[in-house]
Each structure stands twice: as C-alpha cells, then as structure tokens.
Design a protein around this ligand. Structure first.
Ligand SMILES: NC(=O)c1ccc[n+]([C@@H]2O[C@H](COP(=O)([O-])OP(=O)(O)OC[C@H]3O[C@@H](n4cnc5c(N)ncnc54)[C@H](OP(=O)(O)O)[C@@H]3O)[C@@H](O)[C@H]2O)c1
Length: 301
C-alpha cells in the first residue's frame, strides 16, 4: 500500500512510518525541512502554505495521513494561537483543496488528526464520539479542523477523524516532559489538584489503531483514540512516580501559577476529559495496553 504522511516527522508520525514500513507499506513523508531517504522511508520537502510540487506526491496514492500541527505547548500569545490554528485548519483546508485538484488521481482515504480537546472541560462525564463538543479555544479549533478534513468526503474520499488523547511514549510528549524533573526531585509534578481525567493512549496502541482504521475500509467518520480506562492526572502521576522512584510521590504546582506562566494553555491542561473509545471497541479493536499500569510498565521498565 502506498501512503503519504503529512507531518510524519513528529511523535506519532515517526512511530507510524517506521511501523508501517516494516509491514510492507511504501511511505512518503512530507516535511518542511527533511528530505532524502532514511531506511525505506522517503522524505519530501513541502511548503504547506501553497499548493506546489507536493500535489504530485499525493497523486495515485492509496491513502494519506494528515498529522500536521504546530505544537500547542508554550505561552499562548495571539501569534501562537494563530500558528496553532493555521497549521491545523488552514493547512487541512489546503490539503483538501489539493485533493480536489487531483481528480482521478485522488487517494482512497484520508486519516485526519484531531484531538479529544474537542470535548472541552467535562468533569467526570463519560464522553464518547456522540458527546457534544465544548466551547473553549481547543474545542472550537478541533471543530473547525474536523470540518476541514471532512470536506474531502465531497470528493469520494473515505475520511477517518482520529480524536487522539494524550499519547504516552518514552521519547516524547507527556512522559518525556515529566522525566527530567522527576529524576532530579524524585517526585512527579502535578498541575493543580490532579483530580481531572486524562484521556491517555499508549503510542503502540495509537499506531495499531491507525493501522486498524486504514485496513478496515468500511470504517469512516470520528473515532476516539484513547485507552478504555481513563484515569485522573493524580492516579497516572502516582503510578509514574512509583515506577521510577519506587514510591507514589507527587507534588502539586498551584494552577494559578501555571495559568500565569502559560496563559490559556494552563486552563486547557487542567481540563477534565473522561473519554471512552466507544467506536473502536464496538469495531472489535483490542487494546494491547488498556490500563495505564500496563502502558507505564512497558514504557518505563
Ligand atoms: N501527541 C499527542 O499527545 C497528541 C494528542 C492529540 C492530538 N495530537 C495531534 O496529532 C498530530 C500529530 O501529533 P504529534 O504529537 O506527532 O505532533 P508533533 O510531534 O508536534 O509533530 C507534528 C508535525 O507537524 C509538522 N508541523 C508542526 N508545526 C507545523 C507548522 N506550523 N506548519 C506545518 N507543519 C507543521 C511537523 O513536521 P515538519 O517539522 O517535518 O514539517 C511535525 O512533524 C498533531 O496535529 C497533534 O495536534 C497529538
């Protein structure tokens, strides 16, 4: 199968491309800076702001996976918010425009990134793909992002929206951010009380779920990509602490300080989302790491 991964140099994309290549997929990655060949993965430079030579790269492929997105980490100034929005909504619109232009050379499917941030801050409510969305910045962003991706259905393309939770991996994202400080102070930092639910997913299951959705051609629409057992931030942090230090030791950083340093990102980090991957479970997808104990053990021991 021939696949192009846009934004394939990031945390999810690099795991995905390496994994799919091993399974015999022909992978091309579009990147703003990387080019050449690494193993059997081909990297092609693109400027996602304008439709250029990369249009031809998308031609006659079986599918494309769009993982493009400016990191949401850092202080949310107006300029940062615009970059977060433009790299998701603006570039997805551009990609769909390119797909329209391809006419009879269009791919069969588009796997389109989105995030569980679409649900907003929802306390202990169980959230499935049918739950209504939130109203904050990340929720509105995700709504526009998904809408832009879904437009590709107008051109006969199967669209799968992957609403991903916080990806747990050894070398990137949530865990990698915690490790340095935890190793020094022998405690895991928790922002606020830590009573908010975190919709996490092990990187291996994230990749397995994407491949599942690629292979099952009758599947389309929205899928939550998060483990079936969401836990609170405190529970997850205590588990990480116990695995690294032998003791469930955490320390709390007052949420007011985090909001001061990170602006609206601070509020977003404190949001509670108790997400269930209802559609994946109904489709028969079996999580390899359904509990955070199984995921943390495999990642950190
Ligand atoms: N990781 C998570 O926990 C998580 C959770 C929910 C949703 N997601 C979403 O899933 C997608 C992939 O996540 P990830 O963790 O793999 O992200 P990542 O590591 O930050 O990688 C994102 C990729 O997007 C490209 N990119 C970044 N900023 C860009 C910009 N301004 N314009 C064009 N391209 C840009 C980069 O490719 P080049 O630098 O090579 O061009 C990069 O490889 C993102 O859209 C993210 O929002 C991730």
């Amino acid at each position: 199968m021939k696949l192009v991964i846009l934004g394939g140099t990031g945390l999810i994309g690099s795991y995905l491309s390496k994994n799919l290549v091993k399974k015999g997929y022909q992978i091309t990655v579009l990147s703003r800076w990387k080019e050449g060949t690494e193993g059997s993965i081909k990297y092609v430079r693109w400027n996602p702001e304008t439709i250029g030579g990369w249009l031809e790269v998308l031609a006659n492929q079986d599918g494309i996976v769009n993982l493009v997105g400016e990191s949401i980490m850092g202080y949310w100034s107006n300029a940062k918010k615009i970059a977060i929005y433009q790299s998701r909504v603006g570039i997805t619109q551009k990609i769909v425009k390119a797909l329209e232009k391809l006419e009879d050379k269009r791919p069969n499917f588009l796997i389109q990134a989105s995030a569980v941030g679409i649900y907003g801050d929802r306390g202990e409510e169980l959230l499935t793909e049918n739950s209504h969305s939130g109203t904050d910045f990340l929720a509105n962003l995700a709504k526009e992002w998904e809408k832009a991706g879904m437009t590709a259905t107008n051109y006969g393309i199967r669209v799968v929206i992957i609403r991903t939770g916080i990806v747990l991996a050894k070398d990137g994202g949530f865990i990698a951010n915690l490790l340095p400080i935890t190793k020094i102070v022998r405690k895991v930092p928790v922002i606020g009380k830590g009573s908010n639910f975190i919709p996490w997913i092990d990187i291996e299951d994230e990749i397995r779920a994407i491949e599942f959705l690629i292979s099952n051609r009758d599947m389309d629409g929205i899928f939550n990509l998060s483990a079936p057992n969401p836990v609170t931030v405190s529970e997850l942090s205590k588990l990480i602490a116990k695995t690294i230090t032998g003791k469930e030791r955490i320390f709390h950083i007052p949420s007011s300080i985090v909001k001061l340093i990170l602006g609206d990102l601070g509020k977003a980090i404190l949001a509670s989302q108790r997400v269930i991957p209802k559609r994946l479970l109904e489709a028969g997808f079996a999580f390899k790491y359904p509990t955070c104990e199984s995921s943390i053990t495999h990642l950190l021991t």
